[in-house]
Design a protein around this ligand. Structure first.
Ligand SMILES: [Zn+2]
Length: 176
């Protein structure tokens, strides 16, 4: 485990304890970079690690992870250098991803203005992760699991240059 304050090692062996929401075009190395084993995770990937609260794949995977497996952690993990989550443009994305990111851009524009291009993209990746944490926290069954059994939601960004995962503080104001 490389991140302080997180302990993913309390479950039974081979019992998945993490629902991992990652991006489709990451290097797929971020889970290993955290020291997690494949059998400890239920992985949901889509473009831009966006949790679609009205999408059947996200909802069914989330329901399975939360209510059948009863994972203890949900991790939303973006990655720097993402080809899909860009501060200034959609790269051929269709809906609902295009509209979700367009809305986020409009909401957090003030936080991006004045930053150099690379920093804008990096910050936008972080803001997107924070936004997805907020989306998750507002889903009634997720909120119930947080309240009843201490489910935790974590926001992280993988840096492929350093092979490290940066943890985003949940207390940081989300994008909207
Ligand atoms: Zn990506």
């Amino acid at each position: 485990m490389t991140l302080p304050g997180l302990d993913f090692s309390q479950a039974e062996p081979s019992q998945p304890q993490v629902l991992w929401i990652g991006c489709s075009d990451s290097s797929f190395e971020e889970i290993a970079a955290l020291g997690l084993r494949a059998d400890e995770t239920i992985v949901l990937r889509n473009i831009g690690n966006i949790f679609l609260s009205d999408g059947p794949t996200c909802l069914s995977t989330g329901h399975y992870a939360l209510h059948v497996v009863k994972v203890k952690h949900v991790v939303v993990c973006g990655h720097y250098g993402c080809a899909l989550v860009k501060a200034d443009s959609n790269v051929g994305l269709g809906d609902p991803w295009r509209s979700k990111l367009d809305i986020l851009r409009s909401e957090c524009g003030a936080k991006l203005n004045g930053l150099p291009a690379d920093d804008r993209d990096r910050r936008f990746v972080e803001l997107n992760v924070l936004a997805q944490m907020q989306v998750l926290a507002e889903i009634p069954e997720v909120a119930a699991a947080i309240h009843s059994r201490g489910l935790k939601i974590h926001g992280m960004v993988y840096n492929p240059t350093t092979n490290k995962v940066v943890r985003l503080e949940a207390e940081e104001p989300a994008a909207h």
